[in-house]
Design a protein around this ligand. Structure first.
Ligand SMILES: Nc1nc2c(c(=O)[nH]1)N[C@H]1C(S)=C(S)[C@@H](COP(=O)(O)O)O[C@H]1N2
Ligand SMILES: [Mo]
Length: 257
């Protein structure tokens, strides 16, 4: 088996396990499609799915697979920043996040400032999903949080807005972490701002007090330590201009799985 074939097989398995409901159907579909030249090229990509590649195969509102309680890993492996050194973040840890607020602003009709209590008081969604890090590991955990859609509807997204930007409180190396996604990903039913992991308040190592879950995307898109959400019409002027901390360092912006 050539290196290309091995990669293609990996991508097929990745795809087959990724989607709710139609897994078997998708698997056979992929097996068939794998014989065609264009699809082999897609499968043979070294990186994650780009927007065009994923869009050609599955609709934007397709659900990520959800698992059962028996599948939950005993410890959800932390990665990247696990104990941010930033002074403002340390102060939040010391006072149990009681002064912390999530700001929602930018291109919205009604900017919001929400405490953890405000968020916990809103209708929630709980989901058991698999997190896939590009470094080559996966972990299944149960997340509880507020659907981002509900917050965006409350804030009122202005027509010029095209992307949702996530601001984080941790400095990793020389820059603060940040991320962004399309509006269609932000409105996806499984996109939540999680304040609980496996039935407990979100641990510091996994992004306390609030982190994003974008279940159709790779690990680096799951921004931890949120401080603000901004609706923007582009991200070229933000950070290194590529839409995220790891994107500025060469990773694909779409990061689809
Ligand atoms: N703010 C922030 N978010 C982040 C990171 C980070 O370093 N800082 N690392 C990313 C990466 S690469 C992964 S795999 C996941 C890890 O989440 P976990 O610590 O809950 O496993 O968070 C992502 N979100
Ligand atoms: Mo990651």
């Amino acid at each position: 088996m050539s290196r290309h074939d091995a990669k293609a097989g990996g991508r097929r398995r990745f795809l087959a396990r990724g989607l709710a409901g139609g897994s078997a159907l998708l698997l056979s579909g992929c097996d068939k499609l794998a014989g065609t030249a264009w699809f082999s090229q897609v499968l043979g990509r070294a990186g994650p799915f780009t927007e065009a590649a994923q869009g050609a195969i599955v609709p934007a509102d397709a659900l990520a697979r959800e698992y059962t309680r028996a599948d939950i890993a005993p410890v959800f492996r932390p990665n990247g920043s696990t104990n941010p050194p930033d002074a403002d973040y340390r102060a939040h840890v010391v006072n149990g996040f009681s002064d912390w607020r999530l700001a929602i602003g930018g291109l919205v009709e009604r900017p919001l400032s929400l405490s953890l209590g405000d968020l916990r008081g809103m209708p929630s969604r709980t989901q058991i999903t698999r997190h896939d890090c590009v470094e080559g590991w996966s972990c299944i955990g149960q997340w509880k949080g507020v659907p981002l859609k509900a917050l965006l509807l409350q804030a009122g997204v202005k027509p010029q807005a095209r992307f949702v930007l996530f601001r984080c409180m941790d400095t990793l190396g020389d820059a603060r972490y940040y991320e962004s996604c399309r509006l269609v990903d932000a409105f996806h039913p499984q996109t939540i701002l999680a304040y609980e992991l496996n039935g407990q308040p979100l641990p510091v190592a996994n992004g306390a007090p609030l982190r994003v879950r974008l279940e159709r995307k790779l690990g680096y898109k799951q921004a931890k330590y949120l401080s603000a959400i901004e609706l923007v019409d582009g991200y070229a002027g933000i950070g290194g201009g590529k839409g995220g901390y790891w994107e500025d360092r060469g990773y694909d912006w779409f990061g689809g799985i």
